[in-house]
Design a protein around this ligand. Sequence first.
Ligand code: ARG
Length: 271
Amino acid sequence: MTRPLRLLMCPPAEFTVRYEINPWMDASRPVDTARAVAQWEALRASYVAAGHAVEIIEPLSGMPDMVYAANGATVAGGVAYAARFFVAERREEAPAYLARLTELGLTPYDAARVNEGEGDLLVAGDMLLAGTGWRTERAAHAEASRALGLPVVTLELVDARFYHLDTALTVLRGTTGEAGDVDVAYFPGAFSAASQEALQRLFPDALLATETDAATFALNALSDGERVWLGAGSPSWEARLRERGYTPVPVDVSEILRGGGSVKCCTLVLR
Ligand code: ARG
């Protein structure tokens, strides 16, 4: 059995698409907020049914992207390293997330550098994989490393569709931050040539995703080391996860996808 995770999620009561800050968002198509809430509830229920604890943060009114809790901070070793959003539309979320995390018992660490939380800063075993190129500035990587006490590996994202690291890479084993066996999946084309080489050196046996897998947000998944929650609609990717010994748990998040985020984006891991 894997150990239970403690997660933070934000209900999409305020969710809509009224601005476009990534290539997936289309403000001309109306969003069904009630449907998004129902899909989010099903995801939360699925985590709870698997034995994981889900903490909640209430959305600030008028903040449609707050459902993407992964961007709210990065948490490891009881420290919550604050987000500092690149996108102006989401800046108010950072202090709200930090306040909630403090209330939940974590030690807040203010960020001087622009970073979008666990969207770009992924804990993999006892290291931090850190994305840059679209949202999180490179200088935040060293700051996050200091804040969380983890060595950091910088990875450069080069494809606008994969603007956060968690859209291009899944930590399959090592999510909880324990040292040891780490397993990852990623789509190489989302990374610069130098970062592809770095990934290959670090994880020679990684599971490689195709562009089609990545473009269905299949990599935007949460793994507890055994089960992998992901948006429904990537059956061939699910088969590859199964071959590798994982149990895919597909959840319909079609409405939430309209903001350019899937399962992982909705989930912040508290370590
Ligand atoms: N609309 C949000 C944005 O562009 C989506 C965030 C997705 N979150 C993530 N962890 N990748 O900021």
